[in-house]
Design a protein around this ligand. Structure first.
Ligand SMILES: [Zn+2]
Length: 335
């Protein structure tokens, strides 16, 4: 296998290109943000730290799209009684959001929809087609000029083939890319002519658009309390009712996508001390053991709450996070 990694110059050029794409004004919907975030997350879940090409299934990209938009396809409530479905497009609502809105009427959570495998597959294929026809085609179009540094359209048939170096750079800069995309996405939503009159001056859209809801986390904490026999994952002391929190083992600031195996229950003290740090290797070991041992329970009880639960993918994310931590000398929390 080719162990070469991109030169520092190539890496900086890549980051510069991402910035150019995000700055270009030609965004007619929020699909492009979703696409960049999806590619970046899949490079972590499916890839490795090498300069090799990575081929992605359009249905895998579609799954990421559905996760991102499922959350945002509920009414954003404000002023006690008023509410609004965020418009994700210039003009009428984005097609993928309309599809998801239909499914939301029949399925109370993404977990339930996933379990209905025939319907789920049909939705994946449907969204995959839109992804292929729209954002994949237009993402790298800068003011009418083709700017193909992520993939070449005429080389993508049934799969999307990332060019050499791209997988490596997406993994290297995932945190920056996520943050840039989220900020730009929120800006887009605020400035969209249909949303703007209502959203002007309104508080924190970020939580609503990207973070798990309080209700979901409460439900997760009930499952974890049972699984951990009401003890803190980190210090092992008994936890008192009302003074614990669901902790993202791989910090949300590193990987802002919820996967079921990533959650642990911690008392308030450990949770706030760990904050957005990685926990030491000893905890990594414990966390992996926990996931092996309780895999079925996590799949059974947490998937139903709407989270992706795939142990292998969670562990790939952890592998990526710890190698980033090592490479960049991130501070570790030792408990
Ligand atoms: Zn503790």
């Amino acid at each position: 296998m080719d162990n070469r990694i991109p030169t520092p110059q190539e890496q900086l050029k890549f980051l510069k290109n991402i910035q150019l794409i995000l700055q270009s004004g030609s965004f007619s919907s929020t699909y492009k943000f979703a696409l960049l975030m999806s590619l970046s997350r899949l490079a972590i879940e499916r890839g490795e730290d090498s300069s090799e090409c990575l081929s992605l299934e359009y249905t895998d990209i579609a799954e990421k799209f559905i996760e991102l938009y499922w959350k945002q396809a509920v009414p954003y409530a404000f002023n006690h009684e008023d509410q609004l479905i965020l418009n994700q497009n210039n003009g009428k609502q984005a097609a993928i959001v309309n599809r998801i809105l239909q499914f939301r009427q029949n399925y109370s959570s993404l977990g339930l929809l996933r379990r209905d495998s025939i319907v789920w597959l049909r939705l994946l294929k449907d969204v995959a087609k839109t992804v292929k026809d729209m954002p994949v085609r237009y993402l790298q179009n800068l003011n009418g000029k083709n700017f193909e540094f992520l993939y070449q359209l005429d080389r993508c048939g049934k799969q999307l083939n990332l060019l050499p170096n791209v997988m490596y750079c997406l993994r290297q800069f995932n945190e920056v890319i996520e943050e840039l995309c989220q900020k730009r996405w929120i800006d887009y939503i605020r400035k969209n002519s249909i949303n703007a009159p209502i959203l002007n001056q309104l508080p924190n859209l970020e939580k609503f658009m990207f973070e798990p809801s309080r209700n979901q986390l409460n439900a997760v904490s009930n499952v974890l309390a049972e699984l951990q026999e009401c003890r803190c994952f980190y210090c092992n002391k008994p936890i008192k009712k009302g003074s614990y929190a669901v902790d993202h083992f791989i910090p949300w600031s590193m990987y802002p996508s919820d996967t079921g195996h990533n959650f642990v229950l911690a008392d308030i003290r450990c949770n706030s001390k760990k904050s957005n740090l990685l926990a030491s290797n000893e905890f990594l070991h414990k966390w992996k053991e926990r996931n092996h041992e309780h895999d079925l329970m996590i799949i059974d009880r947490i998937a139903i709450l709407g989270f992706l639960t795939d142990k292998e993918r969670s562990h790939k994310v952890a592998e990526w996070a710890y190698s980033q931590g090592k490479e960049n000398n991130y501070l570790m929390w030792k408990g």
